[in-house]
Design a protein around this ligand. Structure first.
Ligand SMILES: O=P(O)(O)OC[C@H]1O[C@](O)(CO)[C@@H](O)[C@@H]1O
Ligand SMILES: [Mg+2]
Ligand SMILES: [Mn+2]
Length: 461
């Protein structure tokens, strides 16, 4: 490690997107939850104890939102909360070593993860709401609005699947590599419909992001591209035992795009085992929980969800994809797991034998058996780099600390949506900040939180 370790971004770092997120976006996200639980309570099905317990949660959310606005200190979880809601003790350990941190003066990474954990505890304390995903209706409505992109990819898959066998048998490595790049980029940009940013997206916004045309022009937006290194790793294993893991990000279209990449890898024998790692609680609004995998497959088959003509080829294309994923899952070629580590406040420097209290060491040991661990999205990138204020020219290997030498082979597919960013050539951050400043006076550095650029970063040891 040649670079001294930079401190983490904080919610009072002037002019950063983190400061704006904490001061402005989080109260909106809590207000959305209040609106959604209000809608749930207005349903005829909400009666008796369910209604009573729901009202309690609603009042707590309203109070909680005010707590953020009043910059109250972040409180520890009570004994009861930890017990009933399985809150990892790492949250209280952090608060013990960072006494008196307030919402407007705390590390961004911790406070954002803590934010969602507090909301989850409110639900887990009410027995009839213990497993209620407050973000489910938003996840579902956004996926429903992604119909255009969903159909487009399903048709692409339907036309390609007949060719996968011949491509694999003809040993046509060139076309295989082009398709690998294409499916990696589909998975990368699938992220672009992240709910937490598109708070008022129109169907056109969502369509444009997901259209094939958007992907072409997005090539130029990939600032660091290690796809070739991942290709070289997997092509050597083609046809033999090859396990690829996905540390998932968002549900809906992004998960659908991840499944596209996964099925491509399986059909072309670049992998024969895919393990998806989902979240164990509602997290960052849109992140995938175990149940979201099953819901996605149901949605793809449900003609009242995507209301298309059941006798159309579009419908057959959706069925084909959903049935193939289902088959892979039943056969065990695709496995979906969860672990409390992924929603913990610890960054991914703890994916290491040294972390023996919160599953870091166990997960590290298991991931040593993977030939490629794909970390999806912005929050995972922030945890890989510790969400630290590194100089933007800091090397990737320095920024990911122990992960550059403890044996895991990883690939971060990240649409850039937060301040932290490393591995850039000298001057590029300044150049893009100037460009962004033109249309966004005073916020030039927010080019790094627009989701319009991406990085694909590889590490192996
Ligand atoms: O779903 P993703 O790609 O992890 O994005 C989540 C990101 O969105 C934000 O909420 C907005 O920047 C970040 O705080 C967080 O890292
Ligand atoms: Mg994302
Ligand atoms: Mn996410």
């Amino acid at each position: 490690m040649t670079t001294s370790i930079a401190r983490r971004y904080k919610t009072n770092d002037k002019g950063t997107f983190g400061e704006y997120t904490a001061s402005t976006r989080w109260p909106i996200i809590i207000q959305n939850s209040i609106d959604d639980i209000t809608a749930e309570l207005a349903k005829n099905s909400s009666q008796g104890d369910y209604k009573k317990q729901g009202e309690i949660i609603k009042q707590e959310l309203i109070k909680y939102r005010q707590e953020l606005l009043d910059h109250i200190p972040l409180r520890k979880f009570t004994q009861e909360e930890c017990k009933i809601a399985n809150v990892p003790l790492s949250f209280n350990e952090y608060l013990d070593s960072h006494k008196g941190v307030t919402w407007n003066n705390v590390e961004w990474l911790f406070s954002e993860i803590y934010l969602y954990r507090r909301i989850n505890v409110m639900f887990q304390l009410q027995p009839l709401w213990k497993h209620f995903d407050i973000f489910n209706s938003l996840k579902q409505s956004t996926f429903k609005a992604s119909l255009y992109g969903v159909i487009e990819l399903a048709l692409r898959y339907q036309s390609l699947i007949t060719k996968f066998d011949s491509i694999a048998n003809d040993n046509d490595k060139e076309i295989l590599e082009i398709l690998f790049k294409e499916f990696v980029e589909i998975s990368l940009w699938g992220n672009a419909t992240d709910l937490s940013l598109l708070t008022n997206a129109t169907l056109d916004d969502i369509k444009s992001i997901q259209g094939a045309k958007a992907r072409e022009e997005s090539e130029s937006k990939i600032l660091i591209n290690d796809t070739k290194k991942a290709w070289d790793t997997l092509i050597k294993l083609q046809g033999s035992n090859s396990r690829v893991d996905f540390i998932l990000d968002n549900s809906g279209f992004e998960l659908y795009a991840d499944l596209m990449l996964a099925s491509f890898l399986l059909h072309t024998k670049l992998a024969n085992k895919i393990i998806f790692h989902a979240k164990d609680t509602p997290y960052m609004v849109s992140d995938v929980m175990l149940k979201d995998f099953d819901i996605l497959l149901e949605d793809l088959k449900d003609r009242s969800f995507f209301n298309i003509d059941p006798n159309s080829n579009d419908s057959r294309a959706l069925d084909l994809f959903a049935d193939n994923i289902k088959k892979f899952n039943v056969e065990g070629a695709i496995e979906v797991r969860t672990d409390s580590f992924w929603t913990n406040n610890l960054d991914y420097w703890n994916l290491d034998p040294s972390e023996t209290k919160y599953h870091g060491a166990e997960l590290h040991k298991d991931l040593l058996n993977s030939n490629l661990v794909i970390f999806k999205g912005d929050l995972n990138y922030r945890k890989l780099t510790g969400d630290r204020k590194w100089a933007h020219t800091t090397s990737w290997d320095d920024a990911i600390g122990p992960l550059s030498s403890n044996g895991i082979t990883l690939l971060s597919l990240r649409t850039i949506k937060a301040d932290v960013l490393v591995g850039l050539p000298e001057g590029l951050n300044e150049e893009l900040s100037e460009l962004w400043e033109k249309d966004h006076p005073g916020h030039g550095s927010w080019w790094r939180s627009s989701g319009k650029w991406a990085v694909i970063c590889y590490a192996s040891s």
